[in-house]
Write a protein that binds this ligand. Structure first.
Ligand code: SAM
Length: 249
C-alpha cells in the first residue's frame, strides 16, 4: 500500500461496524470488497452523484452534493461541512491569493476553498493517487474553478518544491494540511521556504487520528501563534479538530 493512500480516522485497535465510527468501517471493509468485485470505487460513485445532482458552474453545489452523498450513502474522507466551515472562516479572514493544499482526494476542500477566493488567487493542491487526482480535476472543472485551482499529481515531498521552481509562487498565504499524518511536520515546517510572516497553516485531523509531531512543534515554537478549533471527524460524532498556526517569521 502506498504511504499516501491511507487515511484512517479510526483507532487501529478496534474493527467495529457499530458505534460512532461504524459508517467508516462499513465503507472501508465491506464496500472495498464489493468495489473490487464490481470494478467500481466510492470516489467514482461520489463523482457520479455530484454530476447528476449539482448544477454545473455553481461551486457551492459540489461540496453540498458530496456532503449529501456522505450523509446518505456512506462515509468519505472529505474535510466535511463542520470542519469545512471553520476552514471557510480562516480563508475569509486571511483573504489568501497563494494557497497550497496537501491532500486533494476528490476535490471537496479545494472547491470549497476556491469558491471563496478573489479573482487572480490560485490554489495548488497536491494528490498522490492518480484516480483521486482525476476525479478532483473533473469536479473542479464542473464547478467552473479550473482557473483558480491546479491539481499537482504526485507525492508531497516530490511536488512541494515545485511551486517555487516551476509555478512562480514565492511564498504562500495559506496552507491546508490534510494528507498523511506522518508527513504533516516534515512537509510544512522544517524548510519553511514557502512560508512568510503571516502565512496560515491549517491542519485537519490533529485530534483524530492525530498529528502529535506537528502539534508539539508549532505549539512549542515562538515562531508560531496557534489556535485550536475543536470539531468532529467528518460526518461522525468522534471528536477531532483543526489547528491553525500562524507563522510569525
Ligand atoms: C483526507 S484526504 C484529503 C481530503 C481533502 N482535503 C478534502 O477535504 O476534500 C487525504 C488525501 O491525501 C492523499 N495523500 C496522503 N498522503 C499524501 C502524500 N504524501 N502526497 C500526496 N498525497 C497524499 C491521499 O491519497 C488522500 O486522497
Amino acid at each position: 500500500m502506498n504511504n499516501y493512500s491511507r487515511h484512517s480516522p479510526c483507532p487501529q485497535r478496534a474493527y467495529s461496524l457499530e458505534g460512532p465510527t461504524g459508517p467508516f468501517w462499513n465503507e472501508t471493509i465491506l464496500e472495498s470488497a464489493a468495489d473490487l468485485l464490481r470494478g467500481d470505487s466510492k470516489e467514482r460513485r461520489i463523482l457520479g452523484w455530484v454530476l447528476q445532482r449539482a448544477e454545473r458552474g455553481n461551486p457551492q453545489g459540489v461540496p453540498d452534493a458530496v456532503d449529501d452523498y456522505c450523509r446518505r450513502k456512506g462515509w468519505a474522507m472529505n474535510v466535511g461541512d463542520e470542519k469545512g466551515s471553520i476552514g471557510d472562516g480562516a480563508v475569509r479572514a486571511c483573504r489568501p491569493t497563494a494557497l497550497l493544499e496537501l491532500g486533494t482526494y476528490c476535490g471537496y476542500s479545494a472547491v470549497r476553498t476556491a469558491r471563496l477566493l478573489a479573482p487572480g488567487a490560485r490554489l495548488l493542491t497536491v494528490e498522490g493517487h492518480p484516480d483521486f487526482a482525476a476525479i478532483a480535476r473533473r469536479l473542479i472543472l464542473f464547478a467552473g474553478l479550473q482557473d483558480k485551482v491546479q491539481v499537482l499529481e504526485g507525492t508531497s515531498h516530490q511536488v512541494i518544491p515545485q511551486p517555487r521552481k516551476k509555478r512562480d509562487v514565492a511564498t504562500l498565504d495559506l496552507v491546508f494540511i490534510d494528507h498523511s499524518k506522518d508527513r504533516y511536520l516534515p512537509d510544512t515546517v522544517p524548510d519553511g521556504g514557502l512560508l512568510r510572516p503571516g502565512t496560515v497553516l491549517l491542519a485537519d485531523n490533529v485530534i483524530f487520528p492525530g498529528a502529535p509531531d506537528l502539534l508539539r512543534y508549532v505549539r512549542g515554537s515562538r515562531r508560531f501563534s496557534c489556535t485550536h478549533h475543536p470539531a468532529h471527524v467528518e460526518y461522525l460524532t468522534v471528536p477531532d479538530g483543526l489547528e491553525e498556526a500562524v507563522f510569525l517569521g
